[in-house]
Each structure stands twice: as structure tokens, then as C-alpha cells.
Write a protein that binds this ligand. Structure first.
Ligand code: ADP
Ligand code: MG
Length: 720
């Protein structure tokens, strides 16, 4: 590598644009060596000195304050720092209680430092009569201040540190700890790296961008993220580094999108023909909502643009996405293309099939169904009809991907409730044709805008933000288990009025025996409280045979069954307008988004509907917050934002997370929405002027984007 030029031309390097010192192998850093370097690589992905400087503290402690011993009276402080002289040592106890005690004093009093482990190591390092700065959690024992396993540093070596105030704490792993790379050792290494690199750090963001967004320079940011002088400098450092990270992600996403749009031509749907028009004029049972119209217009625009549509349609449960899907598919058919609608479960696929057939009755559109239970004989015939183009619309589950179904002329793929489909499954769909079909992904999981922008930055987003008219808002109530009888009374009343009821049990994993036991016990309890033949109760869950599930669903849909006991398989898409009560058992075990999805199963007709959240009598603070939020609002987006705040994006339903094909080192999607918005806007502005970042003045940004492209590679393999 060419040291003179700083070797910045290579955009594949991990930390472009920094002088070679930062690209030095970490093993050459003083205090590291081969063995520790291997550990750092493996455990933290730290290969170079620069990587280490991008390994940020996960929290900070205030080291500016020195307490006097007398001042510490109780255990209310998490950490204290004292400056005291060692006046004596003592070995005490035996066996597991064996400990080493150093007695210290300052001008105001005495304290004990206690070690249970690593005694011989610490003993060698402490010197009687010397003054140390001691840092640890205060506990009291027999009225005496004790610090167990404190950090101890001689006041002499303390002066060499670049920090005076807030000190970073670095997260470590068991392996690192065993290799003597604990928090403190990492801190020391960072100090070493810093003194080595300080003079060589070059900016990664253009001057103008820094100015416009009131950001500090990289050098200052790196110094302050590791060795902040105060809260304010830490805040500035964080802002700057988060912005850089989010800008890198956005640029890489948007560049990739640009490449995709250029690469793939799109099928053209210019004609609004007989099928669309006749459906609209003769069949549409109600006027479209404004939001539905808008989204259909957006899809129209995409499908005449000459580029492949890649659109995410978000709409709260019950907002009428199915109709948008249907009308888009008719558009495809009118232009001589086939369309395909994929649902995450067989139940839902069947339901879509029934709904579409009903709505399209008498129109020249051939709709067929392909699921895991489609018989072999039918498959053979159906395959032929797809290849000949006789079938216009295919509805199915992911079985149709697994079975490698072939079309004659597939122009549009709609994926319902996308969070159930992994990225990989989407990939297989895409690769089906030479020219990829337009893709519409529909989801009722209200993905907060910030998250959608990052997860689906390569998709355009449409939102149905309006429910069909005449819906009464669902009333949500929270009851503790001890009030179950009251709830049963209420249910009886509704059933007497002719309504139907869902009772849902949490099912965290399809395989969890415990959950099924809950459900079975629950079912037994329900049939006791609601005995047949007066009441008919059906059960539907994931472990049942498809045919049994189907039968249960049918009884409920036709109104024969009053109560449906189910696991969260019914979470997605079931439509029974006469069902007005949704009882969610152990509601504290569900996430907010999931609760909201379940609630959306009721409130679909003209009657007042209710959602009853049952919970244990004891609740954690988070659970209480979640349930209270459900009672308070019906707004899915607000709940999703809150969910993101409470749980962080990592916990938003597992598959959402898997869309995030890179880790963020410092930004937090739950909290940094504003910075993300700024970064997104900046990225859009920059690319509007220079779509491929080819201009010289954008070289830094091109390198920044490349750094994140590597991390996102997995996410894109699917659309190339
Ligand atoms: P989701 O968006 O959850 O998939 P659906 O498409 O299942 O919602 O629609 C929910 C219900 O609302 C269905 O019964 C559907 O017939 C009805 N619906 C859809 N659009 C309208 C509309 N514009 N006016 C009145 N009802 C509508
Ligand atoms: Mg739906």
C-alpha cells in the first residue's frame, strides 16, 4: 500500500480516508500482540487501530467527582470514586469466603477494599502507604464502607490519562475477559490507539455537510466519544457519529436502489381495461376510501414508469388493503399479464381465494389457489394452466415458491403481511423471471417511519392512513386473571346479542409444549363456562391438520360457532365482521404490535367491538406500560413507535430485525429518528445532484457508502 498518498483510493478498505496509522493491524498496537489481536478480531471484529477507535463505549461514568469517605453514607449511589491511602492489608475467611482486604483512609474516614478473586494478582500491585484513586460500587458492612472488587489506580498513573471527567465503559465478552481484555484493559488500549492516531485522523464528511447539520469534525468526535470532557461534548460527538453512520447506510441503500432501477426495466400496464372497469362499476360494494384511491394511483404511476415497482403498502388492520391488491391485479390482467398474491398462512390464502372469487363473480378473470394442501393431480393441471396463461390470478402460500411454480407472463406479485416472509423467500420470487415482476408488499405491521426508511430504504412506501367509514373505534379493557368471571359474564351477554368471540392464547414458538398446554387448559375452562350444546366453541391452532383448521374456521365464519379459541395463528388477516370480542390471554406476553394486530380482528362490522386484555395479577413496569398504551390508543403507528422505544428494534418481531442486514454501532433506530431523517434528507439531496457519487467533491461520501455497502451485501443479493 502506498503510504504517501494515504491509500484512500481503495474504496473497499474498511476505514477509508484515514492515514495509514489507522489501518495498521491491531496487533502492532502497544499492549496487544498476536494473541490478543486474534481475540479482538474474533470477539469484536476489530482488525485495525481504526476499528478500535470505532469501538465506542456503551456507557459512561463520571470520574470527575471525588467523594470523601465520610460523605458516602448509604448504598444509594451506583458508583463512587474516592482518593485514599492504603494503611493495611488483611487476609480473612477461608474456602469460598476467603478474601483479601485493603484498608484505606482519607482525611474523613476509613473504608475497606475487598477481593474474593484474583487475590495474588491484586496483592502484588498494591503498595502500603501509597495513595490511589479507587472506583467502585459502595456497600456497607457492619457500618463500614466496603468497595468490592473496585478499580484501583495509583494517582500517579491517573495523571497520564486524556480524560478528566466522564469515562467510557467498553463492553467486553467472557472470552475477552479471560484473555485479560476486560473493560479497563480495553480502555487502556483505546488510550494507546488514540495517542497513536490523534494526529492522523482525516475527515469523512464534506465541510458543507458538517456546517449545514451543525456537526463537529471527526477527530473531535472520536476524541469526545472516548474521552468526553463533559456531557455536552459527548452529545456532540454522538450526534456527529450517528449522523455519519446513518448517512452511510442511507447513501448505500439509495445508491443500490438507483442501480436496481437502472438495471431492471419494468412491465408496462398502460391500459385500464374491461376487467378493472367492470369491477369498479358493477362489483365494488362500497366507495373506495381516499387513501385506497391514492394508493391505487401510486401503483398506476409505478406500473407505467418503465421501471420495476418495488412498493411497500402499509395500512392498519382493516384498512382495506385486499381491495387495493385486487384492483392492482385486475390492472395487470387488463394488460395481458398474470398476477400472484401470496399469503403467509393457508387459512389466509383460502380466505383471499374465497373473497376474490366472490367479488369477481361473473367477470372474465380466472382465479386459482395453490397451497401446501393442493393435490398432486390438481397441481399438474394447474401448472399447465399457469403456463398457458389460462389462469389470470394465482393465490397461494409460500408453497408456490418452494414448488417452483412457473408462469407464462407474471407481471405483478403481491405479498400480503410481508413480515412473515423472509428476505430469502422474496429473493426466490424475484429471480423467477428474466424481467422481474412488479412487487407490492403489504403489511399491517405498522412499521414506524424511521425503521421503514432503514429497513426498506430500497422500497417506495405507500400508506393507507384512513379506515373505511362507519367503523366504531374498538374499546379496549384490561382485566387481571382474578376478574375472569366478570369477563365471562360480559362474553355471555354479547353472545346473547348474536355476536361472536375470539379467545387467543400466546404462542411464542410453534413448538413450545407449554403454550399448547395453556391453550388446552384454557379450552377446557371455556367449555365449562360455556357448555355445549348451548354454546359452540371451536379450536384453531398451528399444530392441527389443515382440514381440521379449515373446518373450525368455517364453523366460526358461518356463525355456527360462538367462540373461537386460538393461538396467534389468527393474528393475520381473518375477516369475520360479526366477531366483536377479542379476548387476549396472558396479554403481557405479547408485544405491542402483536396485540394491536390481534385487536384488529374485531371492529370490522357496524357493531361496537371490544378487546379484552387478560393478564396475571403481577406485572412488570414494561408490561404495565404496554397494556396501558393498548387501552389508551387505537393508533397502530403510535403503538409501534412506543414498542420501538420500549423494546428497541432488535425485538420488533424477529423477522423485521432480520431485514436489518447490518448492525448499527452507535445509532439507535428507536431513539434517533430525527437524526435518521436528517441523514436521509441529506442523502437524497446529495444523490439528486450526483446520482452515482461520481464527482470529485463527493469522493469522501462514496467511500463512506462503500463502507456500509459491505455490511449490507446480504440484503441485496436478493434483488440483483
Ligand atoms: P386489511 O387491510 O386488514 O387487509 P381488509 O382488506 O381485510 O383489511 O378489509 C377489511 C374490511 O373492510 C373488509 O371486510 C373489507 O370488505 C372492508 N372494506 C375495504 N375497503 C372498504 C371501503 N372502502 N369501504 C367500506 N369497507 C371496506
Ligand atoms: Mg389483510
Amino acid at each position: 500500500m502506498n503510504r504517501e498518498t494515504g491509500l484512500f483510493e481503495n474504496s473497499e478498505t474498511d476505514l477509508p480516508n484515514m492515514a495509514y496509522v489507522l489501518e495498521n493491524d491491531i496487533k502492532f498496537l502497544s499492549g496487544v500482540g498476536e494473541q490478543r489481536a486474534a481475540l479482538l478480531r474474533k470477539e469484536l471484529g476489530v482488525h485495525t487501530v481504526g476499528d478500535l477507535l470505532y469501538y465506542f463505549p456503551y456507557r459512561y461514568i463520571d470520574r470527575s467527582r471525588i467523594y470523601s469517605i465520610a460523605e458516602i453514607r448509604d448504598e444509594s449511589l451506583t458508583y463512587v470514586q474516592i482518593r485514599a491511602r492504603i494503611v493495611g492489608f488483611q487476609h480473612a475467611g477461608s474456602g469460598p469466603k476467603k478474601r483479601f482486604v485493603a484498608l484505606v483512609e482519607d482525611a474523613t474516614g476509613m473504608a475497606e477494599l475487598v477481593w474474593f478473586k484474583g487475590i495474588s494478582w491484586i496483592e502484588k500491585r498494591l503498595e502500603q502507604g501509597r495513595e490511589y484513586v479507587i472506583f467502585g460500587r459502595p456497600t456497607f458492612f457492619n457500618g463500614q464502607l466496603n468497595l468490592i472488587h473496585p478499580e484501583v489506580e495509583s494517582t500517579l498513573s491517573q495523571q497520564n490519562r486524556p480524560t478528566h471527567g466522564v469515562q467510557g465503559v467498553y463492553s467486553t465478552t467472557e472470552r475477552l475477559n479471560n484473555g485479560h481484555l476486560g473493560t479497563k484493559a480495553l480502555y487502556t488500549l483505546v488510550c494507546n490507539a488514540w495517542s497513536l492516531a490523534e494526529g492522523h485522523i482525516r475527515e469523512t464528511l464534506p465541510e458543507a455537510l458538517l456546517r449545514e447539520n451543525h456537526l463537529i469534525g471527526l477527530k473531535e468526535a472520536l476524541r469526545n466519544i472516548h474521552f468526553p470532557e463533559n456531557e455536552r461534548s459527548l452529545k456532540e460527538a454522538r450526534l456527529r457519529l450517528k449522523f455519519e453512520e446513518l448517512l452511510g447506510v442511507q447513501l448505500s441503500i439509495l445508491l443500490e436502489r438507483g442501480r436496481r432501477v437502472e438495471r431492471s426495466g419494468g412491465h408496462l400496464f398502460p391500459t385500464v381495461g374491461e376487467r378493472f372497469n367492470r369491477f369498479y362499476q358493477e362489483k365494488l360494494p362500497f366507495p373506495l376510501t381516499g387513501a385506497q384511491k391514492r394508493v391505487i394511483r401510486e401503483i398506476r404511476r409505478d406500473t407505467v414508469s418503465g421501471h420495476q415497482m418495488n412498493r411497500l403498502l402499509q395500512g392498519d388492520v382493516g384498512s382495506g388493503k385486499t381491495l387495493v391488491a385486487l384492483m392492482s391485479m385486475l390492472l395487470a390482467c387488463d394488460n395481458g399479464y398474470q398476477a400472484c398474491l401470496m399469503a403467509p398462512t393457508e387459512i389466509l390464502a383460502n380466505q383471499h381465494y374465497a373473497t376474490l372469487n366472490r367479488m369477481l363473480e361473473g367477470l372474465p378473470v380466472h382465479v386459482r389457489l395453490w397451497t401446501g394442501s393442493t393435490r398432486k393431480k390438481e397441481r399438474t393441471e394447474l401448472s399447465a394452466s399457469l403456463l398457458s396463461g389460462e389462469t389470470d390470478i394465482l393465490i397461494g402460500t409460500h408453497a408456490l415458491i418452494e414448488d417452483g411454480v412457473q408462469f407464462r407472463n407474471l407481471g405483478l406479485v403481491i405479498i400480503d403481511e410481508q413480515h412473515r416472509f423472509g428476505v430469502e423467500q422474496r429473493a426466490r420470487l424475484w429471480s423467477k423471471n428474466d424481467r422481474p415482476p412488479h412487487v407490492l408488499v403489504m403489511t399491517a405491521t405498522p412499521i414506524p417511519r424511521t425503521l421503514a426508511m432503514t429497513l426498506y430504504g430500497d422500497l417506495d412506501v405507500s400508506v393507507i392512513d384512513e379506515l373505511p367509514p362507519g367503523r366504531k373505534p374498538i374499546k379496549t379493557l384490561h382485566y387481571r386473571d382474578s376478574h375472569r368471571l366478570q369477563v365471562f359474564g360480559f362474553i355471555r351477554n354479547e353472545i346473547r346479542k348474536g355476536r361472536q368471540v375470539y379467545i387467543v392464547y400466546p404462542l411464542i414458538k410453534e413448538s413450545e409444549k407449554m403454550d399448547y398446554k395453556d391453550l388446552e387448559d384454557g379450552y377446557a375452562g371455556i367449555t365449562q363456562a360455556f357448555p355445549p350444546p348451548e354454546y359452540v366453541t371451536v379450536v384453531v391452532h398451528g399444530k392441527m391438520k389443515a382440514a381440521d383448521k379449515e373446518y373450525g374456521m368455517k364453523l366460526f365464519k358461518e356463525g355456527v360457532a360462538h367462540i373461537m379459541v386460538a393461538t396467534s395463528v389468527i393474528e393475520v388477516g381473518v375477516d369475520v365482521p360479526n366477531a366483536t370480542i377479542m379476548v387476549i390471554e396472558s396479554a403481557e406476553r405479547f408485544g405491542l404490535s402483536q396485540l394491536h394486530q390481534l385487536r384488529g380482528r374485531v371492529g370490522r362490522g357496524g357493531e361496537q367491538s371490544y378487546c379484552v386484555l387478560m393478564s396475571g395479577d403481577k406485572l412488570s413496569t414494561d408490561s404495565r406500560k404496554r397494556l396501558a398504551a393498548m387501552v389508551e390508543t387505537n393508533d397502530g403507528f403510535r403503538l409501534a413507535e412506543l414498542d420501538l422505544k420500549l423494546r428497541g428494534p432488535g425485538d420488533m418481531s424477529g423477522t423485521l430485525q432480520s431485514g436489518l442486514a447490518f448492525d448499527l454501532k452507535i445509532a439507535n433506530l428507536g431513539q434517533d429518528g430525527q437524526i435518521l431523517t436528517l441523514a436521509r434528507q441529506a442523502a437524497e439531496r446529495i444523490l439528486a445532484e450526483d446520482p452515482r457519487l461520481e464527482r470529485t467533491e463527493n469522493r469522501l461520501l462514496r467511500e463512506l457508502a462503500a463502507r456500509y455497502r459491505n455490511r449490507r451485501e446480504a440484503d441485496f443479493s436478493m434483488i440483483s
